[in-house]
Write a protein that binds this ligand. Structure first.
Ligand code: SLL
Length: 170
């Protein structure tokens, strides 16, 4: 296998979450009625041309990403969630914010090590003062979903020739 020296190539991604406050009726229907939100954490292509909410964006990352592991808070059953095909996302319900480790594993042809990024799961909207504040349920529902997304670029240095072909021919 041959590395192409001096070449760097990147792919733009976004990662983050969307969260929606549950109505009292929705809460009552859950196995854990203390949960207040339904949320989705995801890794998506930044080049999908749509918004972060779209499920399985126009641009599928599986040509270079083999697996995304979302490591949730230990209060969740099986907190380490492997997703092996797009959409690379996990949807859950819960009551609290926490840090999610997102481990991105690349296709074997890449010969690249996995990359870990962190995302703070955001359930409550930012406030004008910056002080964290949990609004009453009716206020949160009226305000609509909370979105927290970050743009990043996954950079490959000196890629293998066949992996470079995979990236550029896609
Ligand atoms: C906090 N440090 O105290 C955080 C922890 C954990 C959130 C938040 C889970 C649920 C479950 C859930 O929402 N955990 O038991 O299924 O705010």
């Amino acid at each position: 296998r041959v590395r192409v020296r001096g070449v760097s190539i990147f792919r733009p991604i976004i990662y983050g979450n969307t969260a929606t406050a549950l109505t009292q009726k929705e809460r009552d229907a859950l196995p854990s009625p203390d949960h207040t939100h339904r949320w989705t954490v995801a890794v998506r292509s930044a080049a999908s041309g749509g918004n972060a909410d779209q499920v399985g964006g126009a641009d599928d990352l599986s040509y270079f990403i083999k697996r995304v592991t979302f490591k949730l808070h230990d209060t969740y059953p099986n907190p380490s969630r492997n997703v092996d095909k797009p959409p690379f996302e996990v949807t859950e319900t819960g009551w609290g914010e926490f840090d999610i480790h997102i481990r991105i594993t690349f296709v074997p042809e890449s010969g690249e090590k996995a990359v870990v990024v962190y995302h703070h799961l955001k359930l409550h909207a930012w406030t004008a003062s910056g002080e964290p504040e949990i609004p009453p349920i009716d206020v949160a529902i009226k305000a609509g979903p909370v979105h927290s997304w970050q743009y990043d670029e996954i950079v490959f240095h000196d890629p293998y020739q066949n992996f470079l072909n995979i990236l550029t021919n896609h």
